[in-house]
Write a protein that binds this ligand. Structure first.
Ligand code: BGC
Length: 886
């Protein structure tokens, strides 16, 4: 579908640097002539020093950080910024330590849904699942529960949440790690997750900045996107996370407009640190640096995992012992290619984030204990350096159980709320008469007499059953021949258990003295027909999976197509042949093609379950049998035609985001294409009515933002460069092979003679003021002011208590220079209501919610004209509408 669109302007072709060091935008005309395939990224130097952007709640952290960093030697500062090498420490990423001050290596660990590569941790449902819950409180609690486990295993920095991929490409391998194909949804979910996580006194890491929408060729591809799409879609959720205090960010593998994301000074120095006022630090994705000097100058503050490109002993290309930071950074500082104040800024940003997020408090409680696990083995003892098998034999794993009651509760609840009821003819569901519990919980159980529990149930399809190779096959769940609980890759954990749909349904059937027939066939249907016939109901399961970079059943991370795996369409149709009461349950990481069976008259109900974690099957059974009234909503659109989706780029190295602002439902609305199920869609066992929309525009925003607050003064440690001989390898160090040290081998390595090819207009002079869109964490503080309150009444008019998602969309005034999608999500709320009762739902709209990015002024603008406000049940079922004019 990409080729159908008018390209939105690329960032800039004719960029220049103004005398103040700022990026001067090209004119609209210049941009319109540009073509994404030729887009370039402007140079912006230097980045604003950390602590200069006003952020009251960072002030104390910056004071402490400066105090700490002022004591450090050059080598110690370099150590803070450098990973020690792949598999050279216990965590997936480990910085150098500072033994002189008793400062231990920082432990950085995946994943966004739990603690990766260890035992006795919770297998939480994925980001996309909590996205489908549309429940901000649950997003927050999930963050708390995940981070508490990280903290209790000894992690300092948990590598999540992911708000990129945005999910623009429906088959993108890692979209399930993030929260859904809409920036507003991603932004609320990202911010709530960050707040929850960091309340546990560890640091979160927002990733992947930016444009890493697909896995195929992710280390080569250039994501080419326009200035408006960058600001209004892809960077939007990162702004929310910055506003809520996220300590670190991870720059991504890909290029953006033909410059590597981790050495893209426009994206790091300018957008992230100036426009979005990010006070924390930027780490590279693992092996994502392509340079040392350029990356440091462009705004990368930490190299992960240390160890450059090239084939290491593992052949994994990650850790051959050469790093861009470590001793190479030391050399660049000594020969004055990288100014010392850049290193000071890198170290200060890292330490400010450390204090801001309370990692120091956690470390004090740990009493010097480091991580209690090793990512590389479950053996209790082994050699210290997993990569080389060298070093003393040490205790690697304490096997401590960090699962909490909260974790169990939240894992189950997210799985339940992440199930979307797509079809339910004549109240087929819930099975066996409802006993819906009002989730979280005011009215208790309300028993309603209904149909009786089915006497004979068919449980069919491979996706109902355990994978014969285990729930934790892979590693990182790189397998899929059974029930789907999550995608694969670094975003996954080792599950403590996995309850499959078969197990959960079978148990309920036994309790009710029902009879069960099952068959998990996929291609060979011997016996299937017998097991599928003479049942009161056939429940048939299908799945689609995806993951990170590596291959599973021919899918290189990204899905090859939108078809259900393991011949499930055929299995579903076969099951339907034998029962006029066939229920299809689809467990999938993203949109799939449902066309072959969705309208089949014998298929009376369809559930769409987003990856449900350890309780995936239990949650499905909860919904099937009415223990939980479904309240999930689709966090993406399901199309009728595969050609409606933005494809994965498999040829060439340019991924041109030609659809611009028209991603997901914005595209279907704009082109008047009817999807199968729209973004925000989902049924309930009850019925709900909206009424009484009111709008109070209490703070009418001006067209242009107020000027940004002035910047804090530039800080300096007044340090002079040490003599290179002080950086020579200390003799007492017993050097470990492939370990990344901050020391140099010989002073001859430090040559000051040659000139470094800095980009045109390179400057190290700190800017005098923030850019117009900047000045505070998350951008200009004006953007975060509440300007309007919208409210509506929601009444549960049905028989069942249950949750409902009220959604607010805005249609902006049309402006031919700044066209906007017909409507965009700008509010949602989840309410749980008993039958016959009403709730008032309230949405506070912020200045930014009414703003569009105007490339010609390089800032946000509130267009003059009429704003349509829609409130309703999905992006296409908007029961209430009103408007105001600005
Ligand atoms: C992934 C990151 C992850 C890192 C460390 C990379 O391949 O892209 O998301 O945090 O590995 O495992």
């Amino acid at each position: 579908m990409r080729s159908l669109f008018l390209a939105l302007p690329a960032l800039a072709l004719a960029e220049t640097i103004s005398p103040s060091g700022y990026y001067n935008s090209p004119t609209v005309e210049e941009e319109q002539q540009s073509d994404l395939a030729n887009a370039t990224s402007p140079f912006v130097f230097p980045g604003i020093q950390g602590g200069r952007v006003h952020a009251n709640d960072w002030d104390e952290a910056y004071e402490k950080a400066r105090e700490f960093v002022s004591q450090l030697t050059l080598a110690e500062k370099v150590n803070l910024t450098s990973g020690i090498g792949w598999k050279m420490g216990k965590c997936v990423g480990n910085t150098g330590d500072i033994p002189r001050l008793g400062f231990q290596s920082l432990c950085l660990q995946d994943s966004p849904l739990g603690v990766r590569l260890t035992d006795f941790v919770t297998g939480f449902p994925a980001g996309i699942t909590v996205g489908a819950s549309f429940n901000p409180k649950l997003m927050n609690e999930r963050g708390i529960a995940i981070a508490a486990e990280h903290r209790d295993k000894g992690v300092d920095i948990a590598l999540g949440p992911a708000v990129g991929p945005l999910g623009a490409q429906a088959a993108g391998g890692r979209a399930w790690e993030a929260f859904g194909a809409d920036p507003y949804l991603q932004g609320i979910a990202g911010a709530e997750t960050v707040k929850g996580m960091q309340s546990q006194n560890i640091m979160a890491c927002g990733k992947h900045w930016i444009g890493n929408e697909q896995e195929v060729n992710r280390n080569h591809l250039s994501a080419n996107l326009g200035d408006r799409a960058l600001h209004e879609l892809y960077a939007w959720p990162f702004a929310d996370m910055i506003h809520s205090g996220v300590g670190s960010m991870m720059c991504s593998y890909n290029q953006v407009n033909h410059t590597w994301a981790c050495q893209n000074s426009y994206l790091l120095n300018h957008v992230l640190k100036d426009e979005l006022g990010f006070p924390g630090f930027v780490m590279s994705d693992w092996g994502a640096l392509h340079s040392g000097v350029d990356s440091a100058l462009s705004g990368a503050d930490m190299e992960m995992s240390g160890g450059g490109k090239g084939a290491g002993p593992d052949g994994d290309g990650v850790g051959d012992g050469a790093a861009f930071f470590g001793s190479n950074l030391t050399m660049a500082l000594l020969n004055q290619t990288v100014p010392l104040d850049r290193l000071d800024d890198m170290a200060t940003r890292i330490m400010a984030a450390y204090y801001k997020t309370g990692v120091d408090i956690t470390r004090e409680k740990r009493n010097g204990e480091g991580p209690s696990f090793s990512s590389w083995t479950l053996d209790t003892y082994g050699p210290q350096f997993a990569y080389t098998g060298e070093g003393p034999i040490v205790e690697l794993n304490k096997h401590s159980n960090v699962q909490t009651d909260l974790s169990y509760r939240i894992a189950r609840q997210v799985a339940q709320e992440g199930i979307v009821l797509l079809k339910n003819v004549n109240n087929t569901l819930p099975l066996g008469g409802p006993s819906c519990t009002l989730a979280h919980q005011t009215a208790g159980k309300s028993e309603i007499s209904g149909s009786s529990f089915p006497r004979k149930i068919g449980i069919l399809g491979l996706a109902a059953a355990p994978d014969s190779r285990g729930a934790v096959c892979g590693p990182d769940q790189r397998c899929n021949n059974g029930a789907l609980a999550g995608g694969w890759g670094s975003g996954q954990v080792n599950f403590p258990y996995l309850i499959t749909p078969f197990e959960a349904i079978n148990r309920r059937a036994v309790e009710k003295r029902s009879s069960v027939q099952y068959n998990f066939a996929s291609f060979d249907y011997e016996n299937f027909d017998v097991q599928a016939s003479h049942n009161d109901v056939n429940i048939v399961f299908g799945l689609a999976d995806s993951g990170e970079a590596t291959e599973v059943l021919g899918n290189w991370g990204d899905r090859m197509n939108y078809t259900l795996w393991h011949n499930a369409d055929e299995t579903i149709l076969r099951a339907a042949n034998y029962s006029s009461n066939t229920i299809a349950v689809i467990s999938s990481v993203g949109p799939v093609n449902l066309e072959k069976f969705i309208d089949h008259p014998n298929i009376t109900a369809v559930l769409f379950a987003l990856p449900g974690g350890q309780d995936a099957g239990e949650a499905i059974a909860d919904v099937l049998f009415g223990d939980f009234n479904p309240s999930g909503r689709l966090p993406f659109t399901i199309a009728r035609n595969d050609s409606d989706y933005v494809p994965i780029i498999t040829k060439g190295l340019d991924d041109n985001f030609d659809e611009g602002l028209f991603v997901d439902y914005r595209w279907y609305d704009h082109h008047n294409v009817t999807p199968r199920f729209e973004f925000g869609y989902g049924l309930s066992y009850s019925t709900f009515d909206f009424s009484e929309l009111t709008i109070d525009l209490h703070n009418r925003p001006s067209e242009y933002l107020p000027p940004p607050p002035s910047l804090n003064s530039v800080q300096s440690y007044n340090d002079t460069l040490p003599d290179p001989s002080e950086l020579l390898f200390p003799e007492e160090i017993d050097r470990a092979t492939y370990y990344i040290y901050p020391y140099i081998n010989s002073t001859d390595q430090v040559s000051t003679g040659s000139k470094y090819p800095y980009p045109p207009n390179y400057s190290n002079n700190q800017p005098a003021s923030a850019s117009p869109a900047g000045g505070g964490p998350g951008g200009n503080p004006g953007l975060w002011e509440n300007v309007a309150r919208v409210s509506a009444h929601l009444t549960n008019t049905g028989q069942y208590p249950g949750g409902y998602v009220a959604q607010l969309y805005i249609g902006y005034p049309q402006n031919s220079n700044l066209p906007t999608p017909p409507k965009q999500l700008r509010g949602f709320q989840k309410v749980f209501i008993s039958p016959g009762e009403s709730e008032e739902v309230k949405f506070d709209l912020k200045w930014r919610d009414l703003s569009v990015w105007d490339p010609s002024i390089q800032s946000w603008r509130v267009l003059r004209g009429t704003y349509n406000i829609y409130v309703g049940s999905s992006s296409r079922n908007l029961e209430l509408m009103d408007q105001f004019t600005i």
